[in-house]
Design a protein around this ligand. Sequence first.
Ligand code: 26V
Length: 803
Amino acid sequence: MLDRVERESGRAPDQTSLEVWMRTTAHACRAELAQRLNHTMRTDRQRGAKRVHYLSMEFLMGRALTNALAALELDGSFREAAERAGVDPGEVLEREPDAALGNGGLGRLAACFLDSLATLGVPSFGYGLRYAYGMFDQRIRGGQQLEEPCDWLRDGNPWELHRPELRFGVGFGGHVETYTDDEGGERRRWRPAQIVRATAYDFIVPGHGTERVAVLRQWQASPDQPIDFAAFSRGDYQAAGAAKLAAETLNWVLYPDDSTDAGRRLRLRQEFFLVSASLQDLIARHLEDNTGLSSLAERAAIHLNDTHPALAVPELLRLLIDVHHLSWDAALAQCRAALSYTNHTLLPEALETWPVAMLEELLPRHLELIYELNARWLDHVRRHFPGDEELVARTSLVDEGGQRRVRMAPLSIIASKRVNGVSKLHSQLMVETIFADYAKIVPTRFCNVTNGVTPRRWLAQANPALAALLDARLGGAGSGEPDWRTHLDRLAELEPLAEDPEFRRELLAAKLHNKALLAKLIRRNLGLPIDPSSLFDVQIKRIHEYKRQLLNLLHVVARYQAICDEPEKSWVPRTVIFAGKAASAYVTAKQIIRLIHDVARVVNGDPRVHGRLRLVFLPNYGVSLAERLFPAADLSEQISTAGKEASGTGNMKFALNGALTIGTWDGANIEMAEAVGREHFFIFGLDAEGVRATRAAGYAPREHYEQSPTLRRVLDAIAEGVFSPGEPERYRGLVGQLLERDTYLLLADFADYLAAQAKADALFERPDDWARVAALNIAGMGSFSSDRTIRDYVETIWELPGE
Ligand code: 26V
């Protein structure tokens, strides 16, 4: 290490910057990983292994260095070298910027999957885009969110392996022509108006407890010709650089969800760019080792992470039919055997559709193929459901209401082998609601694979205190026992330990340690003193109305008012922590952030409260901040309106780190509660059926307001400007929305939520009992490892042969 630092920087190891240390360490790891990559590729090729190709517009990777050092077992030598040079190893690790190439759950799930694919040794490629700017950085000014570009590549990326030899052309626009081939057959051919080059940048994902690795291949766009020389010579520099600009725009920024219509064309171009480059790459690899493409699906599973890569359907058809001359039937058979699709949300506003006119202009051949596919599909529907023309209209790939649009979820469903939801409830609701018609026509295509998270990052690396305790009790790596890091089922062995007072004491000590670290961070970043012995009540995720951060805040206000009424009473001290980003165009979500800050100012500054209630908003939520928050939480807020949160994965990270959950009967909360025991969860509120029935009966939120003095007082205070005295009307509209519509049923669940919070207080007053329940929660998390999830995908969806 000391040698490498000198060679990297031209300076002595104790004279160089932390950045150089970080880069050098990353380069050292990358060199090892590149060797492992070579071995992995060689064995897979020799074995003729079937590979998984995971196509995703998002990979929310976070930092890579801690994970790489752990996987390579270089952690100790790194620390030793740094310390010898008088450098703090922790500070070196902090220098690495987050790779925030995702919005939230969907992107982080993809990152956890890569970790598990590598660890399980599944032959696999992740395919994504090399965004220059990832998820925006969130700043808070005057209590309001400001977005700033996330310039994560500014100082280069020490991890990536540029592969200039892997280059493919991706077309856009132009026209389609008919021609006669050598055998006299009539064929269609796309003549794009523009070709953009795609080059690969590989990020190597290490496996744990194995020398195998996975690859995340990220595509970079560049123009066919970097400069239009004729234009340059004329002095028209704008025209000279136009192609370069147009190409590079493809890699410009990660789209934040809920983005407005502006720029949707660019998003479509990004999606096609990802799909086309990835498919050409995997087909080229297939043809290196196989004679033709009629065996493609035997060797390649192609997975669509939501519908963002759904253009893979017509692009694969085009490549097989137009370029490689398979028949329609043979090509469709390959699609139907190779492709699979995961749905991640039931929210209708998040289901992708594209205007026919836009497709016609950008991807004319693909539109033709979609029409042909649609005709065949509707034939199938008519044959099986004769006379049901309404079913035909509803299941058409083209939405004919208003501006004609292509529906991407149905496109993915009809051309896939399997379609899965991400928790039992979500998969059930998926076939009962949004995809009910398709489930009627092709029932066996639908299945469930419940999400999971990687225990390496989210427990072993994020929570060394708890990891040490688990090692002491279950045996660590090298103890001869299977390591819990790769055999998370072993957590079940903690169940009897929950009855061991010494174990409970150690568990509480580990938690207190983590809370003290977080308190220090809050003090440093926000200047707020936090009591580490208070109950840390944490809600961290994207800000969205259905996730109901506002319900949490209503509880905070109710508690504040109660403390002010009886300041002498002994209140269980609480620190309520929020973090999360609002989509830049999502006005209500941004208002919720502002309200959190307004309430925090009043509550934290009120002497009557006397530190027994603190409200904290930590800016710029992301993977690295999350790694500090999960280990320090006592209470995990998973309070979505039942039926709305497809799965949740933060819920699993909390429980794995010994937090108790206060949550609704929604998403994976249900399976977690069943695994841990319902009695060890603070479950409250309406379930999905209750939500449906409440709405069907004509939900009247104002009745709750009128019947509950507590609720009335809370809403009145917010509406009348108690927390925004400078602008008393600021939240009138927000409260008005709750009283009139309350789309997400906050008021219906309010009373029960408060009752559940009171139960949490009561248990927290008995630390030994709390610790027992925390231990049981950890013990129940064995099956929420993404290793289990990936095994499920391998068996039920990708159908890779067993070892
Ligand atoms: C939609 C869009 C629309 C256009 C611009 C970019 C963009 C990005 C994301 C989305 C939808 C995101 C869906 C999502 O993240 N779903 C979450 O998936 C998690 C993993 O399965 C799951 O745990 C969460 O419950 C679910 O909300």
